[in-house]
Design a binder for this molecule. Structure first.
Ligand code: FES
Length: 77
């Protein structure tokens, strides 16, 4: 199965807000859509200790948010 993760180059000490609800049109990051449709859901803050290339989860089934852990391979679609 092809990974649905989105690969992003993150910058050291920059804040990123990963969408945990799946409604954002700016995946993998929050665009504020959770406020209208998913009461109680919030983005998850991420800050990298270094510049690096990483895979952000888009299926929202990761157990290591916001990083893709391969759980998408266990989802029935
Ligand atoms: S739009 Fe999904 S957490 Fe904000």
């Amino acid at each position: 199965m092809k990974s649905p993760a989105i690969k992003v180059t993150v910058k050291k000490d920059k804040s990123y807000y990963w969408c945990s609800c799946g409604l954002s049109k700016s995946q993998p990051f929050c665009d504020g859509s959770h406020k209208d449709y998913e009461k109680g859901r919030k983005p998850i803050h991420y800050m990298s200790p270094q510049d690096k290339f990483m895979s952000f989860c888009t299926c929202k089934k990761t157990e290591h948010a916001p990083i893709c852990d391969g759980n998408h391979g266990h989802i029935d679609r």
